[in-house]
Design a protein around this ligand. Structure first.
Ligand code: CAA
Length: 252
């Protein structure tokens, strides 16, 4: 797929990988519908992207809310006239061991922290993917959906909730690719390793250092290295139903 002038919906675009995708796609003359719950930070990303003389708009939406997501895709189609690509990127962490005992006291992952991550990462990806496909089917056109999974999908200490969602996102990718291929729609995913974003910066310093020591490249990834994987999926018309692992060689 050619990137220039295509309409991209990017969720979680106010920070982290989503923000980098927006800026890198703006530089390639894409048209951007940027989605996040954090309106203020999102407006700043829109301002930066608009400097590239491209059309960028902000949408304050909770991806876990069905009616908000339905309204989002209706509004984007109205504002831009069409939609071509979804980058299903919005995600949160609420890390904690499933159960632990410290100084004789039991601590466990709360149901609220389980549910919050399931709602945004898994239900949010499902709802955005579904509404994106509905729009493409209505308009009888092809398109590309890129899901952001994670190296954590294989099972990561402290991430029962996040791991469950990222494994779910990876396998939904395969399902959607099979279902949508007949309509000329491709679905791919990226499983980034530890990338230099706010999410990784939030890990306790001693734990983060331990993790970096295990990465064969001995460094965090740069967000632009994940944009590179986005471009690969967009530009390779034979790529669907598969997951690019971009993680510096780390296995967890
Ligand atoms: N890798 C290696 N060791 C880890 C680890 C990890 N991912 N997570 C925890 N540990 C180790 C700790 O160093 C500690 O080891 P010792 O007992 O030898 O000291 C042990 O497991 C228990 O952990 P804590 O003492 O830290 O327990 P805690 O209850 O205070 O904190 C925690 C638990 C909040 C999960 C904390 O360990 C932590 O933040 N771990 C990192 C989890 C992680 O990797 N999150 C990724 C966030 S970024 C992201 O999610 C993006 C992405 O897609 C990769």
């Amino acid at each position: 797929m050619e990137i220039e002038n295509k309409v991209f919906v990017i969720t979680g675009a106010a920070q982290g990988l989503g923000k980098t995708f927006a800026q890198d796609l703006a530089a390639r003359n894409a048209r951007l519908a940027l989605v996040d719950v954090n309106k203020e930070a999102l407006e700043q990303v829109v301002d930066t992207c608009s400097k590239s003389d491209i059309e960028a708009r902000s949408y304050q939406v909770n991806v876990a809310d069905e009616s908000e997501v339905e309204a989002l895709f209706n509004q984007v189609s109205k504002d831009f006239g069409t939609v071509d690509v979804l980058i299903n990127n919005a995600g949160i962490t609420r890390d904690g061991l499933i159960a632990r005992i410290k100084d004789g006291e039991i601590r466990k992952m709360s149901l609220a922290n389980w549910q919050a991550v399931i709602d945004v990462n898994l239900t949010g990806s499902f709802l955005c993917g579904r509404e994106f496909f509905v729009k493409l089917l209505e308009q009888k056109k092809s398109g590309v959906c890129i899901n952001i999974s994670s190296i954590s999908r294989s099972g990561n200490q402290g991430q029962s909730n996040y791991t469950a969602t990222k494994a779910g996102v990876a396998e939904m990718t395969v399902t959607w690719a099979k279902e949508m291929a007949r309509h000329g729609i491709r679905v791919g995913a990226i499983a980034p390793g530890y990338i230099n974003t706010e999410m990784v910066a939030a890990i306790r310093e001693d734990v983060k250092q331990k993790i970096i020591e295990q990465i064969p490249t001995r460094r965090l990834g740069d967000p632009s290295e994940i944009s590179h994987s986005v471009f690969y999926i967009l530009e390779n018309d034979y790529f669907t139903g598969r997951i690019i692992e971009c993680d510096g060689g780390l296995r967890i």
